[in-house]
Design a protein around this ligand. Structure first.
Ligand code: NAD
Ligand code: UDP
Ligand code: UDP
Length: 310
């Protein structure tokens, strides 16, 4: 049994990770400032003897005693990370420094939830981990993309300079129950709109692509990476390589919800990547991981969840 720190633990991915770590018999310290996270995501854990919640902003130092750290704190949806972009960069950069300082003092393993956004609007397709990315330093997505890129740099410098045991995971678009209905990301938007009979908002012509990973597959990959052999640092892509256009996604959501919603075309946001698909060869070889849940199955589970809360 370990005592494990999960930053961002009351968010979408973090709350599923807390569940998984408790199921494995660990103690969990969930640290979150509740910016985009919600207490309802961890309500079912509040009376669990091995679960503890601490409201704290990781841009400030944190002195606790733990055996392992998963650093997930950071808003992930464009509308939320663009709401206070300076705070977004601070969370990625100062947050990483504080969590790395904590890991250094405690001499414990630390995992960073990085993102496919480090590839920006990619010029090569699909993306291997060796691709260095095409990111605007000045655009409206840069606070997130560049913040995450800098956090990766910090992880690798703490590894080289201080011998820290690090794991860096590049997460591709993930969806599932406990996404915030107001999150603004495409899967939650389309499902909520379809269930309410509102227009489905397609940004641009809807021909841009994403590859969607179901949350249980993602958490399985994250756990396998954290428990992989010492010296395997990553970065490693974790995502589902099956690629869809936003139009295909909208049509599938309409079919599964039996909705009468119509499509409404809106302008494409600035710097919106046209395509994104992971190469997951490294995860297969090093972690024995690959996703199992098909988009349709995952959407059915997500639709059940959104029906129950809206
Ligand atoms: P989320 O917004 O649901 O969760 C993020 C959590 O971090 C929230 O609970 C929020 O309150 C908390 N947080 C934000 N700033 C904080 C701060 N300064 N101090 C403490 N807590 C803070 O998003 P998510 O989808 O669960 O994403 C979790 C992590 O995974 C993020 O780091 C995100 O960048 C990364 N990621 C997610 C996806 C995805 O598709 N879901 C894709 C790539 C990367
Ligand atoms: N830190 C923390 N918790 C700890 C140890 C360090 O939050 O248990 C923070 C500390 O505030 C510092 C940062 O982590 O600013 C980086 O720590 P490090 O030891 O690398 O740097 P230094 O303290 O030498 O600036
Ligand atoms: N998108 C859309 N309608 C929406 C929300 C998003 O068409 O209501 C598009 C968005 O422009 C992007 C894709 O869906 O091309 C994925 O957007 P999301 O914000 O989920 O993730 P990210 O852009 O960070 O991959």
């Amino acid at each position: 049994m370990k005592r494990i720190l999960v930053t961002g633990g009351s968010g979408f991915l973090g709350s599923h990770l807390c569940d998984k770590l408790l199921q494995e018999g660990n103690e969990v310290l969930c640290v979150d400032n509740l910016f985009t996270g919600r207490k309802v995501n961890i309500e079912h854990l509040s009376s669990h003897k091995k679960f503890e919640f601490l409201r704290h902003d990781i841009t400030f130092p944190l002195y606790v005693e733990v055996d392992e750290i998963y650093n997930l704190a950071c808003p992930a949806s464009p509308i939320h990370y663009q709401f206070d972009p300076v705070q977004t960069t601070k969370t990625s950069v100062l947050g990483a420094i504080n969590m790395l300082g904590l890991a250094k003092r405690l001499k414990v393993r630390i995992l960073q939830a990085s993102t496919s956004e480090v590839y920006g609007d990619p010029e090569i397709h699909p993306q291997p981990e060796s691709y260095k990315g095409s990111v605007s330093t000045t655009g409206i997505r840069a606070c997130y993309d560049e913040g995450k890129r800098c956090s990766e740099t910090l992880f690798f410098d703490y590894h080289r300079q201080h011998g820290l045991d690090i794991k860096v995971m590049r997460i591709f678009n993930t969806y599932g129950p406990r996404m915030n209905p107001d999150d603004g990301r495409v899967v939650s938007n389309f499902i909520v709109q379809a269930l309410r009979g509102e227009d489905i908002t397609i940004f641009g012509d809807g021909m841009q692509t994403r590859s969607f990973c179901y949350v249980s597959d993602l958490i399985d990959g994250m756990y396998k990476l954290m428990n992989s052999k010492k010296g395997f640092t990553g970065p490693v892509n974790i995502g589902n390589p099956v690629e869809f256009t936003m139009l295909e996604l909208a049509e599938l959501v309409i079919k599964l919800t039996e909705s009468k919603s119509k499509l409404r075309f809106l302008p494409l946001p600035q710097d919106d990547p046209l395509q994104r698909q992971p190469i997951i060869q490294l995860a297969k070889e090093e972690l024995g991981w690959e996703p199992k849940v098909k988009l349709e199955e995952g959407l059915i589970e997500s639709i059940k969840y959104f029906k129950s809360i809206i």
